[in-house]
Design a protein around this ligand. Structure first.
Ligand code: FDA
Ligand code: NAD
Length: 437
């Protein structure tokens, strides 16, 4: 049994949704057998970032269909009906178990062979499991990961089953920070455990991290830093305590794990060139086989702004933009669509805080604004940030609590690689360096 399509999008996450919208805008919809999306999730593509934010709110938490793509960029809400109306075939709840790039076929878990002329790989990433660090217990009833709606529903259920209880959050990255904030907001006591000296080690400077750690502490979060989880105490299918390498034992009514993600490249190992843990593509998002494009978390692509350095960025803005670019390149043929010129952009929102980051956190970090921990300041909403200066130019910028204009100004400073003649002067001018340029 089998079907054949002109175009197939493999994976039904953020990138798939934005690719579909771009396809419809450029192509005026899809005719029969033109475009199919295959996803092992049971829902049409949705804005994944909602899962660690609004979805976990104690009250009025949004549920699907409210956050399908592409509402995250204030565009249309693409419900299942939207795909039907535009002639796009959604194959949901179906896993692709093997791919043959030379034959241009995909084999699904239901035994169907789906063939394509052009493939867009949008398989995203999966959560790294504790078992990879030699710790078992991931399948316990109160151990939660967070990648999809099922995970989020489990997390909400477990959280509600232990009001006022103790959560151990393992990992000090994005998932750890956003989930810890959500748990506290739900009146759960949180202890965060991670191996680094400070939280968000991939992005924050020690000074920036200190601000957020103090803020979290003021909301009741306890940090156990430079510590590794060595085992979990399990009784009747539930974790009751988490054991650390330093001999400490943390009582736990629930555990949330965010120890990184791995791109889902396995179907293409040995068939496509890989780099940085992802599928290597050119500036048109085209893989080493010209009939395959890769977008979103799974794609390793050249960032012009970084001199063509190949990067894999696990962030939603990148998924949206690389997906649109791939569709534009795919539909318009060779040459007419140039190479992507992407300004990396990450953000997070926790409690009433909100930050944005642009570019590369490489070079010397120059802080500005009031980084005083909460309680030490005048009670106003915090506003501070940092520039990263490399070779006399702004390579990256971080801003907490900015206005739209201020975010746009720091983004523009990074985009043009604003020259920095004197770092002390940059520090003195702070945000005005970007806003009054
Ligand atoms: P995504 O993971 O969205 O989609 C991949 C899809 O492919 C999934 O539906 C998956 O099930 C499917 N799939 C994989 N293998 C398959 C197979 N073999 N067969 C069929 N289907 C398959 N970023 C940011 O900038 N700001 C933020 O606030 C957040 N917040 C956030 C919260 C949470 C909880 C997560 C998990 C992630 C974020 N992110 C984020 C990151 C952002 O969501 C992420 O970068 C994008 O979802 C990537 O989009 P993709 O489409 O590449 O993968
Ligand atoms: P991450 O890479 O942000 O953080 C991983 C963390 O794992 C590290 O900070 C470290 O503290 C921790 N860690 C590593 N080994 C450990 C160990 N042995 N024991 C304890 N902790 C250990 O990954 P994540 O937080 O799991 O996020 C998963 C994915 O979701 C990433 O792709 C991330 O970009 C994405 N995400 C992004 C956002 C956002 O952009 N706002 C929000 C949520 C999730």
């Amino acid at each position: 049994m089998g079907r054949a399509f002109e175009y197939v999008i493999l994976g039904g996450g953020v990138a798939a949704g934005y690719a579909a919208l771009e396809f419809v805008r450029r192509n005026g919809g899809a005719s029969s057998q033109e475009l199919c999306i295959i996803s092992d999730e049971h829902f049409a593509p949705y804005e994944r970032p909602a899962l660690s934010k609004g979805y976990l709110l104690p009250q009025d938490a949004p549920r699907l269909p409210a956050f399908h793509t592409c509402v995250g960029s204030k565009d249309e809400l693409l419900t299942e009906e939207w795909y039907n109306e535009h002639g796009i075939v959604l194959v949901l709840g179906t896993r692709v178990i093997s791919a043959d790039v030379r034959q241009k076929t995909l084999l699904t878990s239901s035994g169907e062979t789906i063939s394509y002329k052009t493939l867009i790989v949008a398989t995203g990433a999966r959560a790294v499991k504790l078992e990879e660090f030699g710790v078992s217990g991931s399948d316990a009833r109160n151990v939660c990961y967070l990648r999809n709606v099922e995970d989020a529903d489990k997390l909400v259920g477990v959280m509600r089953s232990c009001p006022g209880g103790n959560a151990v959050v393992v990992g000090g990255g994005y998932i750890g920070m956003e989930c810890a904030a959500a748990l506290v907001t739900n009146n759960i006591k949180v202890t965060m455990v991670f191996p680094e000296k400070h939280c968000m080690g991939r992005l924050f400077t020690p000074k920036i991290a200190e601000f957020y750690e103090s803020y979290y502490a003021s909301r009741g979060v306890t940090f156990v830093k430079e510590a590794a989880v060595t085992s979990m105490q399990i009784s009747a299918g539930k974790v009751t305590a988490v054991n650390l390498g330093n001999g400490r034992r943390l009582p736990a009514d629930m555990v949330v794990v965010g120890v990184g993600a791995r791109a889902n490249t396995g179907l293409f190992d040995g068939q496509l060139v890989m780099e940085n843990g992802g599928i290597k593509v050119n500036g048109r998002m085209q893989a080493s086989d010209a009939s395959v494009y890769a977008v979103g978390d799974v794609a390793a692509f050249p960032v012009k702004l970084f001199g063509g350095d190949v990067r894999r960025l696990e962030h939603v803005d990148c998924a949206r933009r690389t997906a649109r670019h791939a569709v534009a390149a795919m539909l318009e043929g060779t040459g007419s669509v140039g190479h992507i010129d992407y300004l990396p952009f990450f953000y997070s929102r926790v409690f009433s805080l909100s930050w944005q980051f642009y570019g590369d956190n490489a070079g010397e970090a120059v802080h500005f604004g009031d980084l005083a921990p909460p309680g030490d300041g005048d009670g106003a909403a915090p506003k501070f940030g940092a520039y990263w200066v490399r070779d006399g130019r702004v390579a990256g910028a971080f801003l907490e609590g900015g206005s739209r204009q201020e975010y746009e100004a720091v983004a523009a400073a990074v985009r043009r690689g604003a020259a920095v003649a004197d770092v002390a002067e940059l520090e003195r001018r702070g945000l005005a360096f970007a806003t009054q340029a």
